[in-house]
Design a protein around this ligand. Structure first.
Ligand code: FMN
Length: 312
């Protein structure tokens, strides 16, 4: 394929990047600025960085406190994010101006922005001058997520977080989920097919069982063993397992469909997958948070743009 490309001179262009609200200082004296030059440096120990120009009002506060929070905002906060990235905190309380709430962080003095879906609490380990910016390398000592974004299984639902992205001077809303870590591998593909097959089978079984329950209610079928025989006869292609179970009386009517999802094999697979999952995808074990209802889109004040965005 003949794909033509054009070259430009070297520049700071990685996209998308976050447009994070970085908070520094403490609850009484804090600084907040928008930072796109941030990312992950290592998984173990979990390390991040923020690159900050020494001219920022937040810079000396960060240098003195040695701690910061990377607050990842949602797209409905874009205007506030832009405001915080344009105005200096020297004269204005930017979080208050943007109707954002600062709350105490778990492990650092720098405050967390309560409305942000995710917040990374960080302790600076070194500062590296890097030309226009100084790079603050830091340990991520704690991560918090808005409880309304944690589902019944304790997982942070990034698909509901509407995280904000930034690409070369423009803000974007992250789009739909298009895959999952490892889904391009044969194993991932196999897993996907298997899980699709299981859920298909589950819904077919459930439909059949509802039908049968209705028949029982009408008095057309008298007991569970008849149902088992029906299923085992091949009314459903893969239903023989459930059919046999029902015929043996191992399950009472109706429970077969659900049981297909929780065989001991799939349970142990799920458990081992869960162990492999990075810690920040799991809420503290044992805690069961409520599922979300909806995001509140509070009106944000408009910040008059004072300069063109792009170079940060
Ligand atoms: C989208 C966006 C990304 C930015 N990224 C950075 C950055 O990575 N580093 C930095 O020093 N400034 C960055 N800025 C600029 C600061 O956020 C801005 O100068 C802010 O007003 C500084 O606030 P302060 O003076 O109260 O600390 C960014 C601004 C915007 C709008």
């Amino acid at each position: 394929m003949d794909i033509k490309r054009k070259s430009f001179k070297g520049g700071a262009l990685t996209a998308p990047v976050p447009a994070a609200i970085v908070t520094v200082g403490n609850m009484e004296k804090y600084g907040a600025l928008t930072v796109s030059w941030t990312g992950i440096l290592a998984t173990v120990p979990p390390k991040t960085y923020v690159s900050i120009r020494p001219s920022r009002n937040s810079y000396p506060i960060l240098k003195e406190g040695g701690e910061f929070v990377v607050n990842l905002p949602s797209a409905d906060m874009a205007r506030a994010v832009d405001y915080i990235g344009i105005y200096s905190g020297k004269k204005v309380d930017k979080l208050e101006k943007c109707a954002l709430t600062k709350v105490k962080s778990e492990r650092v003095d720098a405050p967390t922005v309560a409305e942000c879906p995710i917040a990374l609490e960080c302790v600076v380990s070194e500062v590296i001058p890097m030309g226009s910016h100084d790079v603050f390398v830091a340990d991520i000592v704690s991560v918090s997520a808005r409880e309304d974004l944690i589902d019944a299984e304790g997982k942070i639902r990034f698909d509901r977080a509407n995280l904000l992205a930034y690409a070369h001077g423009e803000y974007f809303l992250l789009g739909e989920k298009v895959g999952r870590f490892g889904f391009s591998t044969d194993k991932g593909e196999e897993k996907r097919k298997k899980s699709n097959a299981i859920s298909e089978l589950g819904s077919r079984e459930k439909k059949k069982i509802t039908e049968i329950k209705n028949q029982i209610a009408k008095g057309d079928i008298k007991n569970g063993s008849d149902i088992g025989k029906q299923l085992a006869k091949g009314d459903t292609k893969n239903g023989s397992g459930t059919g046999k179970q029902l015929a043996k009386g191992n399950t009472k009517n109706g429970s077969g469909g659900e049981r297909l999802h929780s065989t001991s094999e799939s349970k142990s697979k799920r458990e081992s997958e869960e162990k492999k999952r990075p810690f920040y995808l799991d809420a503290p074990r044992g805690k069961r948070a409520k599922a979300i209802s909806s995001d509140k889109d509070k009106g944000r004040p408009h910040g008059k743009r004072t300069k063109k965005s792009g170079s940060v």
